[in-house]
Write a new protein. Structure first.
Lengths: 105, 389
């Protein structure tokens, strides 16, 4: 799973969000390291929707503009959980080999 | 009000230059995507642009905003390309007419045979670039002029590199890689021949090479591969194909192989009628007719004939030019020669390829209709059937 995908799913794991909310949340989660832009975000959302990992939620009009919310699906949650397990296992091995605290392997 | 709300509030009136620019860029997106997401994307873009505003000296802030706008614009374009690329891939996967065409066993076998023959002919065409078959032909006919041509120009490269690679990969059963290289060879030829000074697309030899590389690519991609092709080819068929390829290559592939240097006024010697004159014309015609007749025997070989006709159609122009030169004298003075033009060279093969696809689709629809009829007859006839039973 690519990092932007991982971060978008992570952002949505806390609850449904609109596009701009996802962008700001991703920046917050990654500590400002990943800054999604609209083109990248909507291309990713388009793909995630096609893959069934994300779906559209409610819509509202704010300031005369459409705001659409997105939420993670059950399949998306499973996919994200699997990725977390994979990353955690890899990180544990890496930490153990580096002799860092917290390594378990 | 949130930052987004503030920006949105500003933008509810007459759209500003930035919004217009974003909308203009959003036109790059597919219509369905635009209909669903354009409004929210504009809102997000304006909100992000507003959040990126940094107070400071005017030139610095202006430069920063310009940089942000440029990155946003590039990102929008990249996003549009990604979505369009994905849609195209999906469409290709969905439109399975190619694979359905190839699903017909007879077409699959025919394509498999062509996946053997086309790379072989392509290799012969490449060898002809270095006059290797011509030298062999000259040694047979006793012609003294042909020498091994070791000069490689840029226009020779696609064929000189691509054709052996296709043949070797096909031989090593790397079917898909061979198909990719064949596509690259066709594209390479199209690119290098774009310069009219080199000869351009109106040369029958160029048309032959481009269409042959394209046919090889299609056959390699859509068929089970050369292994199956060799299994389908009988010993006699393989011998005929080999002999045909060598004769066609030795005596004819490439304009120079037949016609010598075509401009004696510039001091070149015209080799008309010398390498292999009228007897070679008749031999080539006999080989082509012989192969065509041989191919009429079975449904698979008839399909092979149709597929090979795609690259061989421009070959007819080469042949009639040579025939006219051999019968009536130097090329420029030969009356009755049909001048090769791009529409004449490329349209008939294109029409033929379209007819193959359309014909197979029609046949498939008819076959599906017949299957439905048979199934409906075989199915229980409802209450009336029950009464009969």
């Amino acid at each position: 799973m690519q990092e932007p995908t991982f971060l978008i799913l992570t952002a949505l794991a806390a609850g449904a969000q609109h596009g701009y909310g996802i962008m700001t949340d991703v920046a917050r989660i990654s500590d400002g390291r990943v800054r999604l832009r609209a083109g990248t975000l909507y291309a990713a959302l388009d793909r995630l929707k096609a893959d069934g990992l994300v779906t559209g939620d409610k819509e509202e009009i704010v300031g005369g503009r459409l705001r659409r919310y997105y939420r993670i699906t059950d399949e998306g949650t499973e996919e994200l959980a699997a990725e977390v397990r994979r990353l955690r296992a890899n990180a544990a091995v890496a930490a153990s080999r580096l002799g860092l605290a917290g390594g378990t392997a | 009000m949130t930052r987004m709300g503030e920006i949105e509030g500003h933008c509810t009136g007459r759209p500003g230059a930035r919004e217009k620019w974003y909308r203009w860029l959003l036109a790059l997106y597919p219509r369905d995507h635009r209909r669903e997401h354009a409004e929210e994307m504009v809102g997000v873009l304006l909100a992000a642009a507003g959040a990126a505003l940094v107070p400071g000296p005017r030139p610095a802030a202006w430069a920063l905003r310009l940089g942000q706008d440029t990155v946003d614009s590039a990102d929008l374009i990249a996003g549009a390309l990604r979505i369009r690329g994905r849609m195209t891939l999906k469409r290709i996967k969905r439109a399975r007419w190619l694979s359905r065409t190839a699903r017909d066993q007879r077409w699959r076998d025919a394509l498999a045979v062509v996946s053997v023959v086309a790379p072989l002919l392509l290799l012969v065409a490449a060898l002809a670039e270095f006059s290797i078959p011509q030298v062999a032909a000259s040694s047979i006919t006793g012609h003294p002029h042909w020498r091994l041509d070791t000069y490689i120009s840029a226009s020779d490269l696609p064929l000189a590199v691509g054709a052996p690679a296709v043949a070797v990969l096909a031989l090593l059963r790397r079917r898909r890689s061979a198909a990719l290289v064949a596509v690259a060879t066709a594209i390479g030829l199209i690119v290098v021949e774009a310069d009219p000074a080199i000869g351009g697309y109106a040369s029958p030899a160029v048309a032959f090479s481009i269409l042959l590389a394209g046919t090889a690519a299609a056959a390699l991609q859509l068929s089970p591969g050369p292994e199956r092709g060799l299994a389908v080819l009988t010993g006699r068929g393989a011998a005929l194909v080999g002999a045909g390829g060598l004769i066609l290559g030795g005596f004819s592939v490439g304009g120079i192989a037949w016609l010598g240097h075509q401009n004696p006024q510039l001091g070149f010697t015209s080799f008309n009628s010398e390498v292999a004159g009228l007897p070679a014309d008749l031999l080539i015609a006999a080989v082509l007719v012989g192969m065509a007749v041989f191919c009429l025997r079975t449904p698979v070989s008839r399909r092979v004939l149709v597929l090979l006709a795609i690259p061989v159609l421009p070959y007819a122009f080469l042949w009639q030019e040579k025939l006219a030169g051999d019968l009536l004298g130097p090329l420029g003075a030969a009356p009755g020669v049909i001048p090769s033009t791009i529409p004449l060279l490329y349209l008939p093969p294109l029409i033929l390829a379209c007819l193959i696809v359309a014909g197979t689709r029609l046949a498939r629809h008819r076959s599906a209709g017949r299957t439905r009829q048979v199934r409906s007859r075989a199915a229980p006839a409802g209450p009336r059937g029950a009464v009969r039973a």
